[in-house]
Design a protein around this ligand. Structure first.
Ligand SMILES: [Zn+2]
Length: 407
């Protein structure tokens, strides 16, 4: 059953809300749009006319006659506009180009941002984007905007710890710099929130399916999708699961607390443990320094996936802590679904998938009421970049992060 949305005819969002109804309906008639939106047929006809003039929707024929007059049908023209999503990460930059329907039409991966000043990264992003648009034969005028996903706390001027190798990002306004370079609107959000949005978008989930996305890059973040909207908190910094305390007498964390998930089980902790085993460090060629942290972690993850017992034990220990943290989140929020996303899960994601699935199946308080589906996102296509692209698509479609839901 579709939800009836009561929309005011003068609302600024009305046109984009109607466009989003067309998108989610597939093929739809004007009368159905009128019924779904609560707007008069005259208002719908006027809005649809303007959407057709802008190539955003197209007429596709007529419905079968059911006794009355045949209705002309319209549907989204997905190739009318495109949006870009970029995931900023120390180990790699992921670009995604999505069409209006949310289908990824192109993606590109290049070197990460570790060790590079932010202003140089922005110049490189500009060059790489122009190359990508050329390859895809998409004119820049058809791009509605760029979404940028990055780790760390959202500060007013930048983002704390977006990179482990450069504090410059803490005070760098990447949004403004990229807008100036590209001449396009840019939106920025936390990588975990973007990844949840990307899972929501790509999974074609309904708004009633609450879920969380655990995102792993340099550390851990949790994106929460509740009632079809990304949960934001007081300052858009929801989901700092990396600093959930799992051992109050545990090792000191850089955040000031002790025994946090990140200090016990994050990439830096795993690399630290591997460095304590000289034979393993030598066999894998680990350097142990921050500049190569993620490369070192990837080497351990790959060796674990390849069957090395010493590496596998380190990853299994990390996965056990992560599973404990995820179980707490499932219990707190009564979630039905968890996604694992981000470059940290690319090589050894199966270890984490197994540990979390097992722990949640055994100990979730709701286990006799409903199951919890744990899914590893496609590691080749960063969900944060997909979500960042869908953020940018909000420019023309109804915001998925703001509830505009039924009455
Ligand atoms: Zn901490």
């Amino acid at each position: 059953m579709s939800t009836v949305r009561r929309l005011g005819p003068s609302s600024e969002n009305t046109r984009s809300a109607i466009l989003d109804m067309v998108r989610s309906s597939g093929t739809v008639s004007r009368i159905e749009l009128s019924e779904m939106s609560g707007l008069t047929p005259t208002s719908i006809t006027r809005i649809v006319k303007s959407l057709i003039e802008d190539r955003l929707v197209v007429e596709t024929g007529f419905s079968d006659s059911t006794g009355g007059k045949r209705r002309s049908l319209i549907e989204l023209n997905p190739h009318a506009r495109y949006a870009v999503g970029i995931s900023l990460d120390d180990a790699r930059l992921t670009y995604v180009v999505a069409d209006l329907g949310g289908t990824v039409v192109g993606h590109h991966i290049s070197a990460g941002i570790a060790g590079t000043p932010p202003s140089d990264v922005v110049l490189r992003i500009g060059d790489e984007l122009e190359g990508l648009f050329l390859d895809l034969e998409i004119p820049t005028s058809d791009i509605v905007g760029i979404g940028v996903a990055g780790a760390g706390l959202d500060l007013s001027a930048g983002a704390e710890r977006i990179s482990l190798t450069s504090d410059d990002w803490d005070t760098f306004a990447v949004q403004e710099a990229l807008e100036t370079r590209m001449g396009l609107p840019v939106v920025r959000d936390n990588d975990a929130a973007c990844a949840a949005l990307g899972n929501f978008w790509a999974g074609r989930l309904s708004a009633s399916q609450d879920f969380a996305t655990l995102y792993m890059s340099n550390g851990f973040g949790l994106g929460l999708m509740i009632g079809g909207s990304v949960s934001r908190g007081s300052s858009s910094n929801v989901g700092e699961i990396g600093h959930m305390t799992l051992d109050i007498g545990g090792p000191a964390c850089w955040c000031g607390s002790r025994g946090c998930l990140e200090i016990l089980a994050g990439p830096r902790a795993i690399v630290g443990s591997a460095m304590a085993d000289p034979a393993l460090a030598r066999d894998l060629g680990l350097s142990g320094d921050d500049a190569h942290l993620r490369h070192n972690f990837d080497m351990i993850a790959r060796s674990a996936a390849g069957g090395d017992r010493r590496s596998a034990q380190l990853i299994e220990r990390s996965a056990a802590y992560v599973a404990a943290a995820v179980l707490s989140v499932v219990n707190l929020l009564d979630l039905g679904r968890i996604y694992l996303a981000g470059p940290g899960f690319a090589d050894a994601g199966d270890f984490y998938l197994r540990a979390i699935t097992d722990r949640v199946a055994r100990f979730a308080r709701t286990k006799s009421v409903h199951g919890v589906e744990i899914t590893l996102s496609d590691p080749g296509l960063d969900a944060a970049a997909v979500g960042a692209a869908s953020l940018a698509l909000q420019h023309v479609l109804t915001p998925h992060t703001r509830a505009e839901r039924g009455v």
